[in-house]
Design a protein around this ligand. Structure first.
Ligand SMILES: [Zn+2]
Length: 438
């Protein structure tokens, strides 16, 4: 499948590493490869060193040292950059999301080819052309480089910690949400859609769900379909020229939680776990909203727009949550407020397209029981209450997440309609009820 989209050589099998030395020598014609890893991924992928030494390819190892968890941020980029030899002619990313994101950006800045060797299926970073990196604590998606090849050894992947692989299911199984968010922006803002980039994700997604149900999530075959899906997800980003097909409102919530993790306000979760949480919230909101008939939706809209207390409370929320970063966020939010004309336009567009949107939601968003079942089978946490978040923190996620980037998602639409606070309260209440011990 990948041949039509990109020239990246992709091997996902037990024998994947067999072809690595040959590829480095003959296809890339390199003599000074540099391996980028951290302490854990170095242990997991020792086999790579053995293979290359056997072929007399000497390797410089740049090991990222982190106090607890390695982060893709300006400090990590800087420390790796200082460690990379001036003679380096190729980078090899041995790791999962963080290491691959860091290598990709270094390869881009240094104009070097890079090869990806995944050590777990934690996120969809392997074939991407962009790198999410924390700069001043805010996750920015930067232009980066796609790998020349991906050698995914399924034995290494299968032996990765369960939590690492489970996180990947959280990231990949949520792909119906970015798709639906994009359709919403298409209707509301006339944003053009790259259908091919969406289409290529659908098949691996269906295959992955089937394997989870048939063989269980941690079977080597299922992990293989997951890795395939995570790689295709990267291709879809390259094809669309933006992360639109793979990252929507569920990722906005994830970025918001990661922002708080980075500031030390929230305990650590893997990227795929925060995406699963975001996907759970968005799956609930999508189902709640589009289960309403257009008339019921319109009545809700009218009743919630009679009260005018939102502006004040929103500024307070942003000041409390974003603290030193809040000024720019408040200004931006004010700038994007809908006026009466825009509101009329939105209402008209929604009335005409309500049935179509209901159908799109039905086709792309899991119903909530299906979602819980699939995530439970995948072993990824997704319920914010069970993950230790307070009702206020959950409500903050829903209200603040869309400020993390400039994509237009369902969260933006609800905010423009003055319904975001209502859904935040409703949903937090529902989650509390659902998570009560039975
Ligand atoms: Zn992701």
């Amino acid at each position: 499948m990948e041949k039509e989209i990109t020239n990246i050589k992709t091997i996902i099998s037990r024998e994947a590493l067999n072809e690595l030395p040959d590829f480095l020598k003959n296809n890339l014609n390199i003599s000074h490869p540099t391996l980028i890893c951290d302490e854990n991924t170095f242990k997991a992928g020792r086999e790579v060193l053995t293979r290359l030494e056997r072929e007399r390819i000497s390797l410089k190892v740049c090991m990222l040292k982190c106090k607890e968890i390695c982060k893709a941020d300006e400090t990590s980029v800087g420390s790796l950059l200082l460690d990379i030899d001036i003679k380096a002619d190729c980078l090899i990313a041995l790791g999962t999301g963080t290491i691959t994101d860091l290598t990709r950006i270094l390869a881009y800045k240094l104009s070097l080819p890079f090869v990806s060797i995944p050590t777990g299926t934690s996120a969809d970073a392997f074939a991407s052309s962009v790198s999410p990196v924390f700069i001043n604590n805010i996750k920015k998606t930067l232009q980066a480089k796609m790998p020349e090849a991906i050698f995914a050894d399924t034995t290494i992947l299968k032996n990765a910690p369960k939590r690492v692989n489970a996180a990947g299911f959280g990231d990949f199984l949520s792909k119906g949400i970015p798709k639906t968010d994009w359709y919403i922006s298409n209707i509301v803002n006339n944003e053009s859609i790259n259908n091919k980039s969406l289409k290529i994700i659908q098949q691996p997604l269906n295959r992955c769900i089937k394997k989870i149900n048939e063989l269980g999530a941690f079977h080597e075959e299922t992990i293989k379909t997951l890795m395939d899906g995570l790689i295709v997800s990267g291709f879809s980003i390259a094809l669309a020229g933006s992360s639109r097909p793979a990252s929507g409102s569920e990722h906005q919530i994830s970025h918001f939680i990661e922002y708080n993790i980075n500031l030390g306000k929230t305990s650590f979760f893997f990227h795929g776990e925060t995406v699963a949480l975001g996907a759970y919230i968005m799956t609930s909101i999508y189902n709640n909203l589009f289960s309403l008939s257009y008339n019921d939706f319109h009545n809700l809209l009218v009743s919630k727009n009679k009260k005018k207390e939102i502006k004040e409370s929103r500024e307070e929320i942003f000041s409390r949550v974003f603290d030193a970063d809040s000024k720019g966020i408040i200004d931006n939010w004010k700038k994007n407020r809908s006026n009466r004309k825009r509101m009329e336009k939105l209402v008209k567009l929604l009335s005409v397209n309500w049935k179509y949107l209901q159908k799109t939601v039905k086709n792309n968003i899991f119903d909530i029981d299906q979602f819980r079942d699939l995530m439970n089978k995948s072993g990824v946490p997704f319920d914010p209450i069970k993950m230790g978040f307070s009702p206020t923190e959950i409500s903050d996620m829903i209200i603040c997440a869309k400020e993390m980037n400039n994509k237009y998602t369902l969260l933006n639409l609800l905010d423009e309609l003055n319904l975001l606070d209502y859904f935040a309260i409703q949903l937090t209440r529902n989650l509390l009820t659902f998570s009560e011990p039975q």
